[in-house]
Design a protein around this ligand. Structure first.
Ligand SMILES: NC(=O)c1ccc[n+]([C@@H]2O[C@H](COP(=O)([O-])OP(=O)(O)OC[C@H]3O[C@@H](n4cnc5c(N)ncnc54)[C@H](O)[C@@H]3O)[C@@H](O)[C@H]2O)c1
Length: 369
């Protein structure tokens, strides 16, 4: 397959997730980073592009110039990765979609419902595709669990317990990443937007359950913090299953603890992102099995998203790379799985954030979908 050309908005020197996107895009040799508007500071944008070997005439100081110029070039980029803070998603997403360039945007979709609606409208009028990097859906064992649940291995689902706990915002730290995340205008929400949307997305992706209603208590423990840093959420699903999410950025000792436990009337799965190459599977009344990524007897074909034999750990970067490789295949038309999070998952994440905020403001009242 000919490599696709990738552009990037955000992700300059000192940024976090842009570098992860670049590694993920490189891993399966399906993309070449070709253009970028890498920083809000023009000097830093130019220096960052030079560091990455982007030609000077493809290093832009604004995303709108980049969208126009790349759309006009015969060798323009095929897709753009949007890796700016949340309040800076809508502008570039809409500009590139309107220019007919595919968009790979990081989560959450944006900060306001108005912006989300405008993005959705742009996806409907553009020929270009839109992907949202809920990267935890790229783990082979999460795709394995999804297929096992869909084929009935767990029976009828009853209970979903999910957690995403970190501790890096335990104190009022000052750094680039914390600054915008704790500013409601730039983040739109605290822990529920930053990590709650990930765990909510993963839970619905794996279980296939459709949300009926939620009840949430958001809390901020750090003095003066204007966004939530801890959330407890109860979920009711269509068909009767019940769920619970804990999302926290003040859980001391938790680095990036994302866990998912799903219980049906015939079996259960339990997975923990800290040890992502293994998943517990129990059929009721029989001993628990440890399923391993790419290991024997998985039986649903999820091992096609692994690169190394079992026992050689894969993790965050490889899971992220699965999204990039699937997106490349979707763009060239050779991919027929419907696994990539797109605008529907993005809008569901926006509903999740606003429903949590509404419920919490009304003393945990149930908010229906
Ligand atoms: N999928 C994941 O696991 C994951 C992890 C971390 C962050 N994220 C998401 O990625 C996004 C970025 O987060 P981060 O932690 O990398 O932030 P960051 O602050 O480290 O980086 C943001 C970058 O965007 C640039 N930027 C800001 N405005 C710009 C503009 N107008 N034009 C060009 N560049 C601009 C900044 O200069 C910086 O380089 C957020 O939406 C966040 O929620 C996702």
């Amino acid at each position: 397959m000919k490599r696709l050309k990738l552009g990037m908005v955000g992700g300059g020197q000192g940024a976090f997730i842009g570098a992860v996107h670049r590694i993920a895009a490189r891993l399966d040799a399906k993309w070449t980073l070709t253009a970028g508007a890498l920083s809000s500071d023009p000097k830093r944008a130019a220096a960052s592009a030079a560091d990455l070997g982007i030609a000077a005439d493809r290093a832009y100081s604004s995303y709108s110039d980049m969208a126009k110029a790349e759309a006009a070039r015969p060798d323009g980029i095929d897709a753009v990765a949007i890796v700016t803070p949340n309040h800076m998603h809508a502008g570039p997403v809409i500009a590139f979609l309107n220019a007919g360039i595919h968009v790979i945007c990081d989560k959450p979709l944006t900060t306001t419902q108005k912006d989300a609606d405008a993005i959705k409208a742009a996806t409907q009028t553009s020929k270009a595709k839109f992907f949202l990097t809920h990267n935890y859906t790229g783990y082979p064992l999460m795709r394995q669990a999804r297929e096992m649940i869909a084929r009935g291995d767990l029976g009828r689902l009853r209970v979903v317990q999910a957690e995403y706990a970190q501790d890096w915002l335990t104190e009022d730290i000052q750094n680039k990443q914390a600054d915008w995340r704790t500013d409601p205008k730039r983040s739109g929400a605290g822990a529920i937007g930053d990590i709650g949307t990930h765990v909510y997305n993963l839970l619905t992706f794996v279980s296939g359950l459709k949300t009926d209603a939620l009840s949430a208590e958001l809390h901020s423990f750090v003095d003066g913090r204007q966004v939530d840093d801890n959330a407890h959420i109860l979920l009711r699903f269509k068909g009767g299953a019940r769920g619970m999410i804990w999302a926290s950025q003040v859980a001391v000792g938790c680095e990036n603890n994302l866990t998912l436990r799903i219980y049906g009337d015939k079996g259960s799965i339990e997975w923990d992102h800290v040890n992502p190459n293994q998943m517990r599977f129990t059929k009721f009344g029989t001993p628990t099995q440890i399923l391993t990524r790419g290991g024997a007897g998985l039986g649903v074909g999820a091992d096609r998203w692994t690169r190394l034999p079992p026992g050689h750990p894969e993790g965050y970067l490889e899971g992220f790379a699965n999204l990039y490789s699937d997106a490349a295949k979707a763009i060239i038309g050779s991919h027929h799985d419907d696994l990539l999070p797109g605008i529907d998952a993005a809008m569901d994440g926006m509903w999740f954030i606003s429903a949590c905020q509404k419920s919490s403001a009304q003393d945990t009242a149930w908010v229906f979908k």
